[in-house]
Design a binder for this molecule. Structure first.
Ligand code: PLP
Length: 452
């Protein structure tokens, strides 16, 4: 039965207050009119007051196969009946082994060893620590500079926050930043504000600054790793120019620097390939994943690293009982999360969902470009793979307000869109039909016009 979620006395609140403090949310405004969902199926949520909302963002880029995917849910139920949890240290479970094998099989080239954790943030910090440990094991323990990118997002833990480059995420925590971190320039050129399914070709080389200023400043011999999102997701789906990742790979190779791809968003089909690494034809030394690995059902993240990194850490001159990498989580490779991952990856392959993402990507791109390009305040649209972003001119003095209000209006009108600054992002599940995409884009267009 519909629950009165929008009323102050609704069942999740006492004295008109929801007791949950929501992440990355304007909580004061949320309390005014809480948005609570109670059910989902396929492309849709049902809210606590019985309304249907089309999930235009795969619930934060997670639910690539759509909500309540039957084989995944069945696998989770079965696993709970079989093995609920087992310690992750010095022993493992069959599902974790299976999941790691499947992830390694999907990953490119010699990315074959999987370290599990529980989120994208933990994956970021795991990959940074692994980079330090790798260099130390090779006798280059002095390599401890990390380079990220302006407006990059690698989660909220101290390492990922430090290499991340979204100013708001860093502002309150200056004192806690990792000390030796630098940032490359962002990958946005206003001359290429409208991008439809193709990488832009820049006139200038965005990596010159890395080569000519950042690396000499720290000396490349001190740099442990460079971490980037192949496509900058959280900032608002910013696409790298042609050849960018290839050149980054070459620069890293030239100086013995590890290259980390944060594929928490781009992983598991968003660009129509298993990983962005395959889409761009560039293999990193480590690849971070989370979100879509379990279709969002159970938290899981991880780092897939190269055989070279693994072998280097195993070649320690230590007795057999010595631990090679002092890192890990109680829930690394949790059996239920692993069962969810196995079923999810199996389903992605069996339903050929990455190919479907590739097929539907131009439908999303065409709809967004044809219907939204000429609307008021639209300064750019970027579509690549099964995701697209609309950039708006913000309200002077109130950054983010315009997009936030558009997000609210879309939700009221039955479509979930993600606002990031003054960018609005769609990233639907790969099962999206043309009608879903049409509804998403129509609803967003109406909101942009109405709030102009
Ligand atoms: N890295 C990237 C590229 C992300 O997009 C995200 C989340 O959106 C994260 C890391 C952090 O993941 P989590 O929220 O699971 O910690």
């Amino acid at each position: 039965a519909p629950l009165p979620a929008d009323k102050p006395q609704h069942p999740y609140a006492r004295a008109g207050t929801v007791h949950q403090w929501l992440p990355f949310t304007p909580n004061r405004d949320f309390q005014r009119q809480p948005r609570v969902v109670v059910q989902a199926s396929g492309m849709h949520f049902t809210t606590s007051n019985g309304r249907s909302v089309l999930d235009g963002v795969s619930s934060l880029w997670c639910v690539n196969a759509g909500h309540r995917c039957a084989p995944i849910n069945a696998a989770i139920r079965d696993q709970l009946e079989m093995l609920d949890y087992s310690t992750a240290f010095s022993m493992t479970n069959d599902r974790a082994v299976q999941a790691a094998g499947m992830i390694a099989a999907l990953a490119p080239d010699d990315l074959n060893k999987v370290l599990f954790c529980n989120s994208g943030s933990e994956a970021a910090d795991t990959s940074l620590k692994l980079a330090l440990a790798y260099h130390r094991a090779r006798g280059e323990g002095h390599r401890c500079v990390f380079i990220g990118r302006e407006r990059g997002y690698h989660g909220v833990n101290f390492g990922g926050m430090s290499v991340g480059g979204i100013p708001g995420n860093r502002k309150a925590y200056g004192a806690a930043m990792l000390p030796r971190v630098d940032h490359m320039r962002f990958i946005h050129d206003p001359a290429h504000a409208f991008i439809q399914g193709e990488l832009p070709q820049w006139r200038e080389d965005p990596l010159l600054d890395l080569e000519q200023r950042i690396l000499p400043l720290h000396d490349p011999s001190n740099v442990a790793a460079i971490i980037v999102e192949p496509v900058a997701g959280s900032a608002g789906w910013y696409v790298p120019p042609q050849g960018y990742l290839q050149r980054l790979r070459e620069i890293c190779d030239k100086h013995g620097i590890l290259l980390i791809f944060d594929e928490v968003i781009t992983g598991f089909g968003r660009l129509g390939t298993a990983f962005a690494a395959q889409y761009f034809g560039v293999t990193p030394d480590m690849l971070n994943f989370a979100k879509g690995v379990t279709n969002g059902t159970i938290p899981m993240g991880g780092v897939v690293c190269s055989d070279r990194i693994y072998d280097t850490l195993m070649q320690v001159d230590q007795p057999a009982h010595a631990i090679e990498f002092f890192h890990g989580y109680t829930y690394s490779g949790h059996p239920v999360a692993s069962a969810a991952a196995v079923a999810t990856l199996q389903h992605y392959v069996e339903a050929d969902l990455f190919a479907r993402a590739a097929r539907m990507a131009p439908v999303l791109g065409d709809a967004m470009h044809s219907q939204l390009r000429n609307l008021p305040h639209v300064t750019g649209i970027r579509t690549l793979g099964m995701a697209g972003a609309v950039e708006l001119q913000g309200i002077a003095g109130s950054p983010g307000k315009r997009a936030y209000e558009i997000f609210l209006r879309c939700y009221e009108n039955g479509v979930l869109v993600r606002n990031a600054g003054d960018v609005l992002v769609f990233a639907p599940a790969f099962i999206a039909e043309e009608t879903h995409i049409a509804q998403m884009v129509d609803t967003l267009g109406e909101a942009i016009r109405a709030l102009a």
